[in-house]
Design a protein around this ligand. Sequence first.
Ligand SMILES: Cc1cc2nc3c(=O)[nH]c(=O)nc-3n(C[C@H](O)[C@H](O)[C@H](O)COP(=O)(O)O)c2cc1C
Length: 328
Amino acid sequence: MSGLQSLQQLPQALRRFERQHCVIDRRLEQEIWGQRFPNPIGLAAGFDKDAVAVPALAAMGFGFLEVGTVTPKPQSGNPRPRLFRHRELHSLQNAMGFNNAGMESLSRRLAQNWPPPVPVGINVGKNRQTELMSAGEDYRTLVRRLKEHASYFVINISSPNTPGLRDLQQGETVAGLLDICLEETEAPVLVKLSPDMEDDEAVALARAAVEAGAAGLILTNTTVNYSLVPEPQATGGLSGRVLRRRSFELLKAVASEVYGRCILVSVGGIESASDVYARLRAGAHLTQIYTSLIYGGSLLVRRLNEELLDLLEGDGVRNVASAVGLDV
Ligand SMILES: Cc1cc2nc3c(=O)[nH]c(=O)nc-3n(C[C@H](O)[C@H](O)[C@H](O)COP(=O)(O)O)c2cc1C
């Protein structure tokens, strides 16, 4: 992150970085919610929580960025250590707990780099101190304060690291939170779900969210299924290769119910262009990565885009938009 921030101070170096990383090709583009997404590979929430590196991350070749999770007030998150590698499994385990500089800081940062080169979604969450009963007020405050700078919002109710947060994953509760956010903004509002529920539960929740006006769903957050790793830490959610299968499964289950009625964003263990391609075919318009970027480095984004084009060509599929939903 500090390297990316330094890069932003050096316009020529930033342009060179951009030339090295960006794949510009009309076949990768989609228009969604009236906005142009230059490619379907986005940066998942939690990497640039405070939007300090938006220009550099856009120059890394992402088709869109998701900043946050941001909370109304700044908070320091959980005590360290709170981030671990399961290196041989290309996976991570994190218990960050929404460490972030708060919405005022985020708003300033986004205003500084306005308009951004690619769509920037804002992932919002409640402060740890806020009672679950009052969570809606935190979401309202966030959306009201940040709406000028959001390509879309994400209601995060699926992080395992804020006590009780996942209890908000109930149909009526989600509908209530969506109502609150939609009262405050015309921007698309999405809901990010956990992989740790039964398929039918997730499908019911997805249906409730869509009926309450969700413009999309993000599947999935990290998992607390610790049987996936031989030596789990005591707390924190798992991401990366160990999450790949479950995240894909849940996408397919949810797509079978709501595909065509909202935009699906697939995240969890994506590390190759064939992962991206399979998620698109299964009904996702967009994908996101986090853990594979940590293990693969910045040029991964370029590789995913280039190889995705090869896969499309190999199958005689005209463009990304035509790949979406082919297997649904
Ligand atoms: C260190 C770390 C911090 C994260 N922070 C957030 C967060 O603040 N909000 C959120 O919605 N997801 C957060 N996530 C989850 C990711 O956005 C993503 O859903 C998950 O890691 C699965 O994708 P991956 O397998 O490509 O990493 C975080 C993940 C990691 C590894």
